[in-house]
Design a protein around this ligand. Structure first.
Ligand SMILES: *[C@@H]1O[C@H](CO)[C@@H](O)[C@H](O)[C@H]1NC(C)=O
Length: 342
């Protein structure tokens, strides 16, 4: 297990000194979005949420003090992390939710998201997120490669094997992926230093002015504070849908996001910071690598038991005649498969 963790991280981050990598199991899956649609139940599209059980339709006040458990391996992380969920569209037009599975090394987890916090690649100190900090990366309305290029590192990996980490694409993979599809969501790494959560949930963060986070590029003057790189890996278990005879006759791929996107360009992720005290800053300031003994841990079994009851009464798992919320599917199928470059 340790070997596979290390090799996965080595491919990802050849020069990094410190790195947090951990699993957060599923907390609840339903149409809620306390960032974009606070208080609205249901919100527009289905999300899969992981993390602390303070998650609810409207989130205000101090997150860790409102939570009593978390689905994450680090017991002091009551943050919430969420993404859209994937559906398979059959030839007869009905939809079935694609199951979700844990990453290599995290097999005991109840699905969920693999979370990374990477401080910096050149040993520079970073400022951990502050209480009240929230952000969104990506835009669910995007359906073209040009739009998607506004964000640098929202990609897909077609998993031929559990450990495949090459050939990232900006569009949904256009061929069957033996072991499933991994969605990769990397957030910007520069902060304006003062705004916790602007109305658009994203203008307070920015990408490096030149180069990349990985190359140690400097932050722009407007967003001078280096923050850790937050990164989600989410694996969708497409194996029961990989037979080409059930794929669309036009040769396009059959998967659509819960927000109606068949291109993949609307890939997005949401974050509500909720680490207790200064636990995250302590981890970022040390050279802890992946397991970070400085942080309090809990077993997968304990994390798997933390759940939030669903509040929206609707079927999201049967063969559905439409996506939950009646969201139409949009975007032209793409035949391109271009490798992502940093
Ligand atoms: C549509 O296709 C799926 C997959 O083949 C099948 O399970 C389902 O029963 C079909 N639904 C209808 C209404 O024909």
């Amino acid at each position: 297990m340790q070997l596979s963790l290390l090799s996965a991280a080595a491919v990802l981050a050849p020069e990094v000194s410190a790195l947090l990598r951990f699993s957060c199991s599923q907390l609840v899956t339903e149409r809620l979005d306390p960032l974009v649609d606070p208080g609205k139940a249901p919100s527009q599209h289905v999300h899969q949420i992981v993390g602390g059980n303070a998650f609810k339709p409207e989130m205000t006040g101090d997150v860790p003090s409102q939570a009593s458990c978390t689905t994450c391996e680090f017991a002091d992380d009551f943050s919430n992390y969420w993404t859209a969920v994937l559906y398979f569209r059959a030839r007869n037009g009905t939809f079935k939710r694609v199951p979700q599975m844990p990453n290599q090394g995290f097999e005991a987890a109840d699905g969920g998201i693999t979370i990374y916090y990477t401080p910096s690649y050149n040993g520079q100190k970073v400022t951990a997120f502050q209480p009240g900090f929230r952000m969104i990366v990506g835009n669910p309305t995007y359906r073209t490669r040009e739009q998607a290029s506004r964000y640098r590192q929202l990609t897909y990996t077609c998993l031929d094997q559990p450990g495949t980490r090459t050939g990232e694409t900006v569009e949904m993979p256009n061929r069957p992926c033996n072991y499933g599809i991994m969605a990769n969501i990397r957030f910007p790494t520069c902060w304006d230093g003062k705004t916790l959560d602007p109305p658009d949930h994203s203008s307070h963060v920015a990408y490096p002015e030149s180069g990349t986070f990985e190359s140690g590029g400097p932050c722009p003057a407007s967003h001078p504070v280096k923050i850790p790189q937050l990164f989600y890996e989410v694996i969708w278990d497409t194996r029961q849908f990989n037979d080409r005879s059930i794929w669309p006759e036009d040769g396009s791929q059959p998967f659509v996001w819960s927000y109606g996107d068949k291109t993949g360009y609307g890939n997005h992720g949401d974050y509500v910071f909720g680490w207790k005290g200064d636990a995250l800053q302590v981890a970022m300031d040390t050279d802890c690598y992946i397991t970070c003994p400085q942080l309090r841990r809990q077993s997968f079994q304990t994390g798997n038991q933390c759940k939030v009851p669903r509040v929206i009464n609707e079927d999201i798992d049967g063969w559905l005649t439409e996506l939950p919320g009646g969201i139409p599917v949009t975007g032209s199928p793409t035949k391109r498969e271009e490798a992502w470059e940093a």
